[in-house]
Write a protein that binds this ligand. Sequence first.
Ligand code: ZN
Length: 335
Amino acid sequence: MSYAGSNPGPFDPSDPFGPPRPRRSPLRRPLTVALAALVPGALLGWLVYEALGGTGSGGANGPGAGAGAAPSVLSSPANGADSAGGAGGDGKTGVGTSTASASAPAGSGATSLQGRVVVIDPGHNLTNYRHTTDINRKVDIGTNRKECDTTGTSTNSGYSEAEFTLDVAHRLRALLQQQGATVRLTQDADRPYGPCVDERARIGNAAHADAVVSIHADGAGAGQRGFHVILPGAVHEGAADTRAIVAPSKDLGKLIAGDFSRATGTSPSNYVGDGTGLVTREDLGGLNLSTVPKVFIECGNMRDTKDAALLTSGAWRQKAAQGISEGIVSFLHGS
Ligand code: ZN
């Protein structure tokens, strides 16, 4: 899409969910590896797998190229001017079933999610780019005023973040419904733009959701790889009061991060989160206005060609949905 040619920079300034702070120096790579090694189980296994020439899908080995891009994000967040395009109609592609059985509970009666409500928030909207005036309108997020929504990013070949998020949302919905959960989407390509970030939060609140996950993919620089889960920070200002959801959201996020890493074989971000795959933010309306446990997940970096190869794979997206689903299921069983 035109987006790819018009904004080749390593960061997508239109994405409010981009890296909140500058990347770390390559000198910190040993620290990254050391921290990553502290994460037991799946991540360690992944590192071994990676060292043996596995999928090449991780970020912990990345050198962190392209210094100097972060300030552009910090100085001009979410201008929403770039079009991620992507009118593709495959957002409703049927969910693959090849791996679905892996999530089936051993005893479905005992582990049923009957009566539990999960809201899935597919980030952005396939046609936001046609409604720039509407999505640039500022809304109150309690701590600030921020754009209603943004177009999101895309891969260099034009696969839009909005297509990605909706596809993963459909796969995730199917997996959770198999477990008996009631699942709602904040948008399902059924509206011209948005919803605005404040409405996205209120949809989860009104549904009295037991858990909400907002799905995204990042627009960072080449060489910046891996996923991260964004947790709400404690804010209490205006309509925002996250104090009651900080702890359960952290539990939810940690479970999703662990299961996502294991299910997809990818490692935590090598550019934010210090190798933990967890980042806390206080500037996102979708989190600030939530009154129910909620996290965002940035599943990978669409602007890195290796991550993009994963994000554009239906089989990988099924694994991503599987990992997110398992984290949510674990959270609901423990809460
Ligand atoms: Zn996004």
